[in-house]
Write a new protein. Structure first.
Length: 240
């Protein structure tokens, strides 16, 4: 029997949750040995004279161990359900904050950023820092897919009939290969070069949005850009 799109989404969500549990277990197991590598490499550097030719190798060990530490942190962020959703978040202001923070970065020098933010957008209940982390990830990914040249469109809208806020992030970049569409939110999936990412960014975004009771989706075609859409529930008392 042919599966519906709803069934496919449920299966994907359950698969991501299972990988999150595994990721958490792996991260906790790796934390201790990585911490020990960092500690002993620091001790070796302190005891080694400045001119010692072996220092360069120890510095490399330290640098790579720090990268491992960042990957482990990403695993924990992906697997964690996060902090309580204890504050009202003004999505429009969060988006403005992120754009103001990023727009001077070299990646955005030739990117035209357009914002169409619904002035009547109600608040959502959530964690502002985590949601801004999602927006940073999506906006930086968009700039990278455009290789620093193109148009980034950010928009918000209140879907009154569904009591939801819709956020879209659309770029004019390279788009996503159709073969990758079902796996882009899974951990460690990346089409970037090794040094440019760990493949955890979108999976962390997926986890944060799910924790907020929302959904994140993507619509893309190879060579025609990508549009990420986020739906989040509105705080009931702010619906008016």
């Amino acid at each position: 029997m042919k599966r519906s799109k709803r069934d496919d989404k449920l299966i994907t969500s359950e698969r991501i949750k299972a990988k999150g549990k595994l990721a958490s277990e792996i991260a906790h197991e790796l934390n201790t040995p990585i911490g020990a590598i960092l500690m002993y490499s620091h001790l070796l550097l302190e005891d080694m004279p400045e001119g010692d030719p072996r220092r360069e190798n120890i510095i490399k060990i330290n640098k790579l161990a720090n990268r491992c530490k960042m990957i482990v942190k990403g695993l924990l962020d992906f697997s964690s359900r996060g902090e309580p959703l204890s504050e009202k978040v003004q999505i429009n202001q969060s988006i403005r904050n992120v754009v103001a923070f990023l727009e001077d970065h070299v990646l955005f020098k030739e990117v035209s950023i357009r914002m169409y933010l619904d002035p009547a957008l109600p608040s959502i209940q959530g964690n502002e820092n985590k949601l801004e982390q999602v927006f940073v990830n999506l906006i930086v990914n968009a700039a990278q897919s455009m290789e620093g040249k193109g148009t980034l469109t950010l928009s918000t809208e209140f879907l009154r009939d569904r009591n939801q806020v819709r956020i879209t992030c659309a770029d004019t970049g390279c788009g996503i290969d159709p073969n990758h569409m079902e796996t882009i939110f899974e951990p460690f999936f990346t089409t970037k070069e090794d040094e440019r990412g760990t493949g955890l960014g979108l999976s962390i975004c997926h986890g944060i949005i799910e924790h907020h009771g929302g959904t994140i989706m993507v619509d893309s075609a190879k060579g025609e850009g990508s549009t990420f859409t986020i739906l989040l529930p509105v705080v009931e008392e702010d619906r008016a």
